[in-house]
Design a protein around this ligand. Structure first.
Ligand code: PEP
Length: 263
């Protein structure tokens, strides 16, 4: 899948299972009408991943079975099992149909005080169970203002990926989600110049971290992606897909994004 564009929907802490059912069924229906999904399977040169909240994972998994749409959690814990009340392990996620886990989202770094060390343990644990991961990195407004964007991202990448081996990267997928924190949920994406320059930087960092790796992790952009800006963002040569929050929770907007990425 590494050469395909990735369209990753982060539903955050939203939707009852009934609301999730309506959204998933509408997405499947709309993708069918757009002829992006024929019969029951995706017929596009892109990968679509839905990340509902934990309680809806199992249910959404049953709705997307055989469609080619994949399932992700929004987090995962760093231990395999045991006395960790409230946490969820990689094998539990795999058990309900997840093939992906999102790790290090800026909202978790901000509200749950997740550090790069915690994120690193989650990354290593997920990869040890062959779960694909999307590792989110991005600078805060303050870091950007102080012109520390590259330094902040380098730190998140190097500490987040510490101990990850090239052979693990050949077995599972690691995707880097570049999400400038100051842009998430703002309604306005970063400029294409900024996106291109940070993606180039991330790519150089990955080459330096994994010097002999043939196929580098994909790098996707997230932060106020919508149906108006998607064409410009997706056309950048170093953007391997998008991580979509708000716009992924609206069937028409999300399907329009999928359509514009693949056409
Ligand atoms: C996100 O939270 O991962 C995200 C990209 O949100 P939004 O698209 O709403 O900025």
């Amino acid at each position: 899948m590494k050469n395909k564009k990735l369209i990753f929907a982060n539903w955050k802490m939203n939707f009852s299972s009934e609301q999730a059912r309506v959204l998933v069924e509408s997405i499947i229906d709309k993708l069918n009408k757009l002829e992006l999904l024929k019969g029951t399977a995706l017929k596009i040169d892109a990968e679509v991943v839905l990340a509902p909240a934990f309680p809806s994972l199992s249910f959404v998994s049953s709705l997307i079975r055989h469609t080619g749409i994949s399932l992700s959690s929004q987090d995962v814990f760093w231990e395999a099992k045991g006395p960790y009340t409230g946490e969820v392990s990689p094998s539990m996620l795999i058990d309900v149909g997840c093939t992906w886990a999102m790790i290090g989202h800026s909202e978790r770094r901000q509200y749950l005080l997740e550090t790069n060390e915690m994120i690193n343990k989650k990354v290593l644990n997920a990869l040890s169970q062959d779960l694909n991961i999307i590792l989110c990195v991005g600078e805060s407004f303050e870091q950007r203002r102080r012109k520390n964007t590259f330094e902040a991202i380098s730190d998140q990448l190097r500490r987040g990926l510490r101990g990850v081996t090239e052979s693990q990267l050949n077995e599972s997928e690691v995707v880097i989600g570049y999400e400038p924190v100051w842009v998430i949920g703002s309604g306005e994406a970063a400029s294409v110049e900024d996106i291109a320059s940070v993606h180039n930087f991330v790519s150089d960092e990955l080459k330096s971290i994994f010097p002999t790796l043939k196929s580098l992790p994909r790098i996707v952009y997230g932060g106020s992606v919508n149906s108006e800006n998607i064409e410009q963002i997706a056309s950048l040569s170093n953007v391997d897909g998008v991580l979509v929050g708000n716009a992924s929770m609206d069937c028409d907007k999300f399907c329009d994004i999928v359509l514009k990425v693949v056409k």
